[in-house]
Design a protein around this ligand. Structure first.
Ligand SMILES: [Mn+2]
Length: 250
């Protein structure tokens, strides 16, 4: 259960407006857009990997206020950690917003009987799915499949973008183009190229771009691209919480 103060948040406003794109034969949102939060803070967190209790402790440390603040996840909510099955409760929280990571794709694909051939979900922390009933698996698949590929959040100093792993262009506007194709989406969820090559060119038309996926000891910045997965899902590491207005770690 995700209990306590975090569920008592009916006073939150919903800012979401949707950009809807056709994808894979059905309508799904590619980019979720969020207006400025005029009440409180907007905070990004790296890969959670089923460690929701530990995340709650991190939020408590920064005095996260669910009535005013919003939390944005770079994806990889599930697999590896002990509480992946809490994912639907978290996705129902009005102050919590997430994009699709590669572990969401691994999960929903296997849940609908179309597993990704190249990567065995079970050996990448996905055994928890087998403990869910068929109906639960279908619901999880539905919700994870519907997660947007990207989010963009308005801040007083400009737009901040979030994509799970990587971004294949030097201009953010490409994500709104009709030519942004299946290969581009694959790069967004799976690639490590920018991090591994250390490429520090700026991504234009966005103030900052935030990724997870690549686990680092400390948050790393390349140009205006921030890698914030500091392995909070590992026993001896911590979650990095990035203030999106100031672009500083809390
Ligand atoms: Mn990942």
């Amino acid at each position: 259960m995700v209990g306590g103060v975090f569920l008592d948040s009916d006073c939150c406003s919903e800012y979401r407006d949707e950009h809807v794109s056709p994808r894979l034969g059905f309508v799904i949102m590619q980019v979720a857009h969020f207006s400025q939060n005029t009440l409180g803070r907007d905070i990004a967190v790296g890969d959670i990997h089923g460690c929701f209790t530990k995340l709650k402790a991190s939020l408590k440390r920064i005095r996260f206020d669910p009535c005013k603040d919003r939390l944005f996840s770079v994806g990889d909510l599930v697999d590896r950690g002990p509480e992946s099955h809490h994912v639907l409760q978290w996705l129902d929280l009005p102050w919590f917003h997430a994009i699709c990571g590669n572990h969401e794709e691994l999960t929903w694909r296997r849940a609908i009987g179309q597993p990704i051939q190249e990567v065995d979900h079970r050996v990448h922390g996905g055994l928890w799915l087998d403990d869910c009933t068929f109906d639960e698996q279908q619901l999880i698949a539905q919700r994870l499949q519907a997660l947007p590929l990207a989010m963009e959040i308005e801040t007083p100093l400009g737009l901040v973008g979030m994509v799970h792993a990587d971004f294949p262009y030097d201009d953010w506007q490409h994500i709104h183009s009709d030519r942004f194709d299946a290969h581009d989406r694959h790069v967004c969820m799976w690639s490590r190229d920018r991090y591994v090559t250390g490429y520090d060119g700026m991504v234009s038309n966005i103030r900052a771009l935030v990724h997870g996926h690549q686990t680092t000891h400390k948050m790393r910045q390349l140009g205006n691209v921030f890698f914030i997965d500091t392995g909070g899902w590992l026993d001896d590491r911590h979650f990095t919480l990035l203030d999106l207005k100031r672009l500083v770690v809390l």
